[in-house]
Each structure stands twice: as C-alpha cells, then as structure tokens.
Design a protein around this ligand. Structure first.
Ligand code: F6R
Length: 248
C-alpha cells in the first residue's frame, strides 16, 4: 500500500484535506456530486479543521457534497455528547455549506429488530448516490477500520457489531467509565469500505505503530481488518513519523 509519511499530524492532515478539496472541486467542474465516506475519532479532527479553514478562507464549497459516516455507537441518541452525529456537526457540518440532508450518520436510535433493514437502506443510499468516491479512515489499536473489529470478514456489510474490550476501554473516558460505555455499534462493513474508489487511512502517534506495521507489512488477515486494504487498488496510508516508527 502506498504510504506517505509526514513529520507530524498537522502536515499530514493538510495533505489529506487538500486531496478531499481537490476531489470536491473537480466534481464541481463536472457538475457532479462528490460522495465522501467519513470517519470520527481523534485522527480526522485536524483534517476537518483544515477543510473548515478552506471553506472560510478559500471559498471551498460543500454544496455538491454528500457524505456517509462509517459508524455510530448503539444505542445512541443523536444529540448525546458522545454521538458521532454530534461530533460531525461540531467538527465539520455546522461550519461549512453542505446542504442539510446531504450527510448521513448511522442511526443509533433504530430498534434492534430494525437494524438489519436500516443497514440495508444505508448501503442502498450510498449506491443510489453513485458509490463512495473517497473513504477516510482511522485505525484502532487492534486494527479495526470503522468498527469492523478483528474477526470481521472481507465481504462484511453494514451491520451491528459487538465492540472489542480494547475499543470500549479506549472510549471509556468519554462515557465516564467502562460500565457506561456502549457494547455495540452500527458500522459500515469491510466490503462497504473496500467498494470506495479511493481509500485513505490516517494514523498518528507511537501507539499506532505496531498495528500500522502489521497492516502494511503483514499478511492479509481478519485479525487486523486494516490489512484488507492491501487488496484495494487505490488505497493510501497517510501517517506521521511516530506511527511509521516500526516499519522495516
Ligand atoms: C471512527 C472509526 C474508528 C476510528 C478508530 C481510531 O469513526 O471508524 O475506526 O477511526 O477507532 O480512532 P482515533 O482516531 O480516535 O484513534
């Protein structure tokens, strides 16, 4: 997988934001929509900050953007402080001119018996939009992409996923302890992610260096779902020097 290594997350994020901006602008020139798959968590915050800056200072418009987020905790109310819907509004959507109704985040309020149908419709909406032009990813310390935890299959689709203990532990400070941290999430599947025409995975910091080494240099395995990106024809890893420190 092609890998670009930057001195720090800020410079790396700027490069990712510029690729997204260039996609949006080239679609504008063609009179088309740009269909983005977006991620939450700490890694993309600097990318969204740069996109907001480009909107404010350089007139980058999001009028022709339609976006689908990877995942949402389950259950989760959209206005809860930990919700990914709220995260996306605070980090990006409230600060740019994306039309209301053009962005989707999996709905953490659907009833358990409705999740399968919801998931099917989420994917149908992506298909109806023409498929993902670009998918932005972070990576969990256990190799998860979206919330496709180890054991997820390459042909998995959008579904309800049991979260790993390590994933819950990493999130527990946001929820006031492990006991209050959700056990599940709705996530786009590995196949849904791999169907994107372009996939960019970001990782910052020493903590991610072992899993990055494994994903890039190890075998393709369900034990590290990010390794599935080795099978994608147009994937890119954008990492900082600390995250690259275990590459051979
Ligand atoms: C979030 C997501 C997750 C995160 C991953 C890394 O939408 O899909 O896979 O990208 O857990 O999180 P951070 O960036 O907080 O280290």
């Amino acid at each position: 997988i092609p890998t670009h290594i930057y001195a720090d997350a800020k410079n790396a994020s700027r490069a990712v934001a510029h690729e997204i901006a260039e996609l949006i602008r080239s679609k504008q020139r063609e009179g088309k929509m740009a269909v983005l798959g977006l991620a939450t968590g700490s890694s993309p915050k600097t990318v969204y900050a740069e996109l907001v800056r480009m909107h404010r200072e350089e007139g980058l418009s999001f009028q022709n953007v339609i976006s689908f987020n990877l995942d949402e905790y389950y259950p989760m109310e959209p206005n809860a402080v930990q919700s990914y819907w709220r995260f996306m509004r605070e980090q990006l959507f409230d600060h740019v001119d994306i039309p209301a109704g053009n962005y989707y985040v999996p709905d953490g309020t659907v009833r358990p018996e409705e999740v399968a149908e919801f998931a099917k419709q989420y994917e149908a909406k992506i298909d109806a939009a023409g498929g993902l032009d670009f998918q932005l990813l972070g990576i969990g310390g256990n190799g998860h992409i979206g919330f496709n935890e180890p054991g997820s299959l390459i042909n998995s689709h959008t579904r309800l996923m049991m979260l790993d203990n390590s994933t819950r532990a990493a999130a527990s400070s946001d929820f006031g302890g492990l006991a209050k941290t959700p056990r599940k999430a709705i996530t786009m599947g590995v196949a849904s992610i791999l169907s994107a025409r372009r996939v960019v995975l970001m990782a910052w910091g020493e903590r991610k260096s072992p899993v990055i080494q494994e994903a890039l240099e190890g075998v393709v395995t369900e034990h590290n779902p990010a390794s599935y990106l080795q099978t994608h024809p147009n994937a890119l890893f954008v990492i900082d020097e600390a995250a690259a420190s275990q590459l051979t």
